[in-house]
Design a protein around this ligand. Structure first.
Ligand SMILES: C[S@@+](CC[C@H](N)C(=O)[O-])C[C@H]1O[C@@H](n2cnc3c(N)ncnc32)[C@H](O)[C@@H]1O
Length: 307
């Protein structure tokens, strides 16, 4: 069993895990606060809105009665706590280190044990994956060769891809791909990604950005509303918001036309927009709508739809 520790208790982190559990035919064994237990969890390295994941070893009390697993030598281990801070965290780490066989190595550990507080209980897991913010920084819009102010942060782009439940080898379309924020994350996860962008500058920019990370995706310089091609396992996109984008007619009509067109291309759609778009998505079943704070003065609505 795998324990996943979510980034927070809001809906988004749990929705991301649930979408991937469904996609990988995995099973949720329990959830409480920021803790989610899943049967296998092979998808965990994909997660954007979780902190870490590990194989569950045992559930014990804060006294840390350890099973025989810890009687064999674990020299080179490190220990981390989740859900307690300061002195309490230190006390637990020392208690753990006293009870486990072997010497710790904090600078380059061979294995990391996580003590995850769940009320009066403590889950102990062996770390399999940890979310590394430095990896996301490397793909930040400002770190890419071609910058566009509307481009998505990699963490958010990855979330959108994951909410669609698309898997490696499957086909994704971003019909408004800009300089490729979504294409980069999809391609990194082994997904076969196609992007459409009306503005040649940004289409070229997306290609340059993908090349920079040695990633492959198909970028087409075209107007999505006039483009005819293919079938996709999911459409994942961040809509144009007017002003800087070349919109045809008013925004609502443009969005409606785009959603109609998307119906022909896929059965799954994750779309982010500047407002609640539920009333414009006829033809689509709305599975989830979540309002998300992107920063202090900017909210975005994420819609997960199917047909
Ligand atoms: C919000 S931006 C997408 C940003 C992108 N997700 C990224 O991370 O770079 C929307 C993009 O849609 C493009 N766009 C606007 N109308 C379009 C159309 N009819 N067909 C294709 N692209 C269009 C705009 O030029 C803009 O680059």
């Amino acid at each position: 069993m795998m324990l996943i520790y979510l980034s927070g208790v809001e809906r988004i982190p749990l929705l991301e895990v649930k979408a991937l559990v469904d996609a990988y035919n995995d099973k949720i064994m329990g959830t409480r606060g920021r803790i989610v237990l899943v049967e296998r969890g092979e998808f965990v390295p994909r997660l954007a809105f979780s902190k870490m994941a590990g194989e569950v070893i045992c559930k014990t009390t804060r006294e840390l009665d350890l099973p025989d697993y810890f009687k064999v030598d674990h020299t080179g281990f490190a220990v981390e706590t989740w859900g307690v801070k300061g002195k309490e965290s230190l006390k637990m780490k020392i208690r753990f280190a006293d009870k486990i066989k072997g010497k710790p190595n904090l600078s380059s550990p061979k294995e990391v044990f996580d003590l995850v507080i769940d009320g009066d209980n403590v889950w102990i897991s062996r770390r399999v994956w940890e979310n590394d913010p430095k990896e996301f920084m490397k793909r930040d819009p400002k770190a890419r060769p071609v910058f566009n102010p509307t481009s998505l942060k990699p963490k958010l782009a990855r979330l959108l891809v994951n909410l669609s439940g698309i898997k490696p080898g499957e086909r994704l379309l971003d019909p408004f791909c800009g300089v490729g924020g979504i294409l980069i994350e999809a391609s990194l996860m082994g997904i076969d990604a196609t992007g459409i962008e009306i503005d040649k500058r940004w289409a070229d920019g997306a290609r340059k950005n993908l090349d920079y990370y040695r990633l492959k995706a198909n970028v087409i310089n075209a107007d999505f509303l006039e483009w005819e091609d293919g079938r996709f396992d999911a459409i994942v996109t961040d809509l144009p918001y007017g002003r800087s984008s070349k919109l045809k007619g008013d925004m609502e009509t443009f969005y409606k036309n785009a959603f109609k067109k998307m119906e022909k291309l896929s059965k799954k759609l994750v779309v982010m927009g500047p407002m609640d778009l539920s009333s414009l998505l006829d033809g689509w079943e709305l599975d989830e709508v979540v309002k998300m704070r992107v920063h202090k003065s900017l909210d975005r609505w994420i819609h997960v739809c199917s047909r």
